[in-house]
Design a protein around this ligand. Structure first.
Ligand code: ADE
Length: 506
């Protein structure tokens, strides 16, 4: 309330002053003349006042005069080259009332109020003041929304117990941006705000490093944010991700929340930052290294990834329209684990965009390719139809099956759980080559092995079935993300794990 009142007061003040200045300005130009103090012996005064375009005060060898004159005489009336003559002109009602000669004329003191500068100057200064005030107030408002959302956040998240991690979901800043996103057609913060925010971030600790660059935990206004600093060779990923987040309405619980993008020049090299929500549990890959899951938690995670993928893959044709997006590098390292046991999909640097309604397919121009270990057979044998958007969705589904496989390995059934391993760990070496992957996936048509225990649990056996249908050699035979989501959420519609429950939790 305080800051709104402040905002209203400041704005009102600024508008008022502008109005007054403009009114004065109009006054000067109107037919109505100024009222001036008139003191002279020329008989031009009327009850000590007169009307004219200008008021003046003059001092000539100790003799003072006050009065008015018209605009056309201003030039000659208002200048003095004589040592013993002081003339002061002004525009404003009775502005000549208290003018006295300056002290350097016979030691006379002065309380001269200077003539107001030109109205144009006042208006420019006031507009500048208004602009500055609006910026300050926008910032105050922005901070206010941030705190309001912090307060509104439900601190209790019951489902978090399932994976035995602390309560809560998104960080408190998660909804700050709704104000910008839902008002008007914008998809996030204005660029100037993004840049300003990014430059207020303090980097705290590096939480990830790779070919892509580094990920840092930073703080902005005391809250954690994730800062991905792109390596210069991966600048196309930064451009692509920035473009997508800024043009597509992507706010979804299972898509990593975007905050800002920033490009700066440091020691003549370019720094590319992508600022997002910070998820302290890190990537799904990291999480699975040290955590095992109950089947329900496994389902929750799989379902949340499927929900994120459905959102990406779906074109929305309405006022909140959104093109369809295929990820092209889905893997456990590009999925983050949230405190409520759901996941969100990150890294849109390789994504392709498609709109049927607007008839375009935008594959971008990133020289990067997906991660070889997760490449679908048609990518490895290069039979993929690169001009057909569906092809890219089908490669995402292949990778989705592999992610489910990684999650299910870490799921406890009948007291048995497997160690974390990446897909095809037993068939290819670390950092496999394209040819090594192609041999396994296309030539030998191998698939990840599935432990027997998984068949004995209703949730896990359903997920196993889904996985197998994500791994068909023929891409068109694979399930769609929507079908995966529906099957998972139908699994126990009365339990806590339906899509509706997931939605309600967030
Ligand atoms: N690692 C990569 N991105 C991250 C994020 N947004 N939060 C936490 N760890 C991350």
């Amino acid at each position: 309330m305080g800051s709104s009142a402040l905002l209203a007061a400041v704005l009102a003040g600024v508008f008022l002053s502008i109005t007054v200045i403009q009114a004065d300005d109009l006054d000067d130009r109107s037919d109505e003349k100024l009222l001036c103090i008139c003191e002279n012996d020329k008989g031009t005064c009327n009850n000590g006042t007169c009307r004219g375009d200008n008021c003046f005060y003059s001092w000539l060898s100790g003799r003072e005069e006050r009065g008015c004159f018209s605009e056309k005489h201003r030039r000659e009336q208002c200048s003095s080259s004589l040592k013993n003559l002081f003339v002061h002109c002004c525009k404003g009602n009775k502005c000549n009332a208290f003018i006295t000669p300056p002290p350097n004329i016979n030691g006379e003191p002065t309380t001269t109020s200077p003539e107001l500068p030109r109205p144009e100057l006042w208006i420019s200064v006031s507009l500048l003041l208004l602009f500055t005030t609006v910026c300050v107030c926008a910032f105050v408002l922005f901070m206010r929304f941030r705190h309001a959302h912090c307060r509104l956040k439900d601190p209790e998240d019951h489902s978090a117990a399932m994976i035995k991690v602390p309560n809560g979901d998104d960080p408190a800043y998660g909804d700050i941006f709704d104000e910008f996103c839902t008002s008007g057609s914008g998809t996030g913060l204005p660029y100037l705000v993004q840049r300003t925010m990014a430059r207020q971030i303090s980097l705290v600790e590096c939480v990830g490093k790779g070919r892509y660059g580094e990920v840092w935990r930073g703080t902005w206004m005391g809250e954690s944010v994730a800062v991905k600093i792109f390596s210069s060779r991966d600048e196309q990923s930064w451009f692509r991700e920035t473009e997508i987040y800024n043009t597509v309405q992507l706010r979804h619980d299972n898509i990593l929340g975007f905050i800002a993008s920033d490009m700066t020049s440091k020691n003549s090299s370019t720094q590319l930052w992508l600022v997002t929500h910070f998820h302290e549990l890190g990537s799904l890959y990291d999480f699975l290294q040290y955590s095992s899951l109950e089947p329900e938690s496994c389902l929750r995670m799989c379902l949340s990834v499927a929900c994120g993928l459905v959102h990406l893959h779906t074109e929305i044709v309405s006022s909140q329209e959104k093109p369809a997006i295929a990820h092209r590098d889905l893997k456990s390292r590009n999925i983050l684990v949230k405190r409520n046991g759901q996941c969100c999909i990150a890294d849109l640097g390789l994504a392709v965009i498609h709109s049927q309604s607007h008839d375009y397919l935008d594959v971008g121009n990133n020289p990067r390719v997906g991660t070889k270990r997760y490449m679908a057979p048609e990518v490895l044998d290069e039979t993929i139809r690169v001009d057909v958007f569906e092809s890219y969705k089908q490669t995402d589904i292949w990778a989705l099956g592999l992610v489910f496989w990684e999650i299910t390995r870490r799921t406890i059934v009948n007291g048995i759980v497997e160690e974390y391993r990446p897909p095809f760990f037993d068939l290819v070496p670390t950092d496999p080559s394209f040819e090594e992957m192609k041999k396994v996936v296309c030539v030998d048509q191998q698939r990840p092995s599935l432990h027997n225990r998984l068949h004995s649990h209703p949730i896990l056996s359903t997920i196993v079935k889904i996985m197998k249908e994500c791994w068909y050699q023929n891409p068109t035979a694979r399930l769609t993300a929507l079908r995966v989501r529906k099957t998972l959420s139908k699994m126990d519609i009365d339990s806590d794990f339906s899509v509706e429950k997931l939605k309600r939790d967030t």
